[in-house]
Write a protein that binds this ligand. Sequence first.
Ligand code: 0GY
Length: 294
Amino acid sequence: MIEQKMDADWLVFHPSPKTPDFRLPEGAVDAHCHVFGPSPEFPYAPERKYTPCNAGRDKLFALRDHLGFSRNVIVQATCHGKDNSAMVDACQAAGELARGVASVGAGISVGELEDMHRAGVRGVRFNFVKRLVDETPKDAFLGIADRIQQFGWSIVVYFEAADLEGLEPFLRQLPGTVVVDHMGRPDVTKGVDHADFERFIRLMTENENIWTKVTCPERLTITGPPYDDVAPYCRAIVDRFEDRVLWGTDWPHPNMKSHMPDDGALVDYIPRIALTAERQRKLLVDNPMRLYWA
Ligand code: 0GY
């Protein structure tokens, strides 16, 4: 078995996150998190753009319990390429307490999709972030999008704000529910009224099948914790689209180079972006349960 050495500039996840002051509602879902390896058992993909620290399922489940979540949606990370075995193994181990989102190639068969469905997978991820993946032709993604419809799966899309304009026709074409990671990664120095963020709001307004994750203030921030510069963006989205938003920790926080967030502090950020108990319940329970457990 291969032990793969992590990148020298890699920050390891927070070793002892605080107990959150914010009490999560009963049945809350961490709807964006990953597992990395551990690499002796689940080697990283040869085509990966980074080699992370090992962060296996047991550590994820311990974090879930510590923070007060009931369930996880485990999103395939690019360091594992299209080998979904670490994510599928974590879903199987968690049973009804986890769902998965896979990365698959155009050649995926219906039988393979069936096996993943049985294991708890309920979506695929299309990644357009150039520092993370080599380009996949849009036709390949459209073929996959068609094939997963019979399983009722949704699609997670990850892209940078600068690429939204070019991707819009493709996004508008996708069938079923489409979830955009991290609000399409807005440039938070520009302001919530900037045309770029308005473009994203318009996309969601005009396409009721498009949802988003109001996640990753630690990734989008310029000013750092407690992420005052990102909160208005999350709030603007939750205010407008309370039935189409998800939240997650993004543990174990791939590619964080500036600082490593305390996951307990991230949970304490939730009431700053979802201001009422009803909105918090929709964000953390009703919406993810409807999308991934129905
Ligand atoms: C995220 C963000 C990142 C990485 C990945 O799959 C991944 O490698 O998702 C990132 O580097 O921005 O959503 O976890």
